[in-house]
Structures are given as C-alpha cells and as structure tokens.
Write a protein of this length. Sequence first.
Length: 174
Amino acid sequence: MRSRFAARSARLALAAVASMALTATAAATATATDSRSNTTRPCATNDLTFTVTSKTQAGGHLLITAKAKPGLTCYLKGVLPSASFGSSPDTTASPAEHAVSENVTLSGSTAAYAGINPKTTNNNHGRQFDQLHLSIAGDETNAVTLDLPDTATVDKPTATNWHADPADAVPLAG
C-alpha cells in the first residue's frame, strides 16, 4: 500500500510542479506580448501638467500646453478640453471646431495644444477673470485651476480640440 500512495503522491507533486511551470510560462508569454503591444491609455487630468500663455493670432487667445508627467505615456483624444472661467454656464468654452482631430500621444517632452478664445463677441459685454478651470473632457471631477497670464474679458468663450501643432490650436473667428 505504501508504494501505491507514494507513487500517487509523487505523481500529484509532479503534476503540481508541471502546472506551476505552465502557469509561469503563460504569464511570461502574456507579459512579453503586453510589452510588445503598442496600447496607450487615455490621459486623465491628473496625468498632465498645464501651462497657459497669451497669444496675439486671430485677435488674441490663450494657448494651453499639456505635457505628460515624468514617466507617463498617455494620449489625448482630439476633442476640446473642458474649460470654464467661472461656475456660470456662460463662461464655459464651447467648441471652436466642428470635427474631431487626431489623438495626440504624450510622453517626455511631447506636448498637446488647445486654444481658447475667451471673448467671441464684438461688443462691450463680458466679465473679467484671472483664472481658468480646465480638465480633460470626461474627467471634470479632477479639474485644475490655472492662473491666467493676464486678466481676460470673457463673453461666449470657445476652445479648439487638442492638437500636436500649436499652429492648429488657434481658435479662428467664425
């Protein structure tokens, strides 16, 4: 009897070791496959650092520059950022473009750009703001507040989509 149990125990131990080896091999293969795949996740607001500069093209606008934090790689969808100057709906930027742009992959020094025209009306109306509330579309709960380089008069603001080239982020009057 002993030898029969010993043989069975040895077979079970061998099966367990073989099973562990197969699992380890499968895990290693999955890791290697994942590392070779070129899947990049979408950026969240907290993944990025932002800067705001004033530009004079097209009557003046704010250029938003977004960069991934060190060690991160993510992409921005080619849609406009969620941007507002205050809590009132009339200070929220509406689309300056009618189509979706290409996604922009951010890593290292690569940047994405969006342009915001704070005043699209040709009148003396508007309110003054020193800050901009900004987030990635769909991640509004993690909005950041950015100081503007100059006080902006805001009346029916518009924003471009995210672009890889700052020249494409100029919100043209339409």
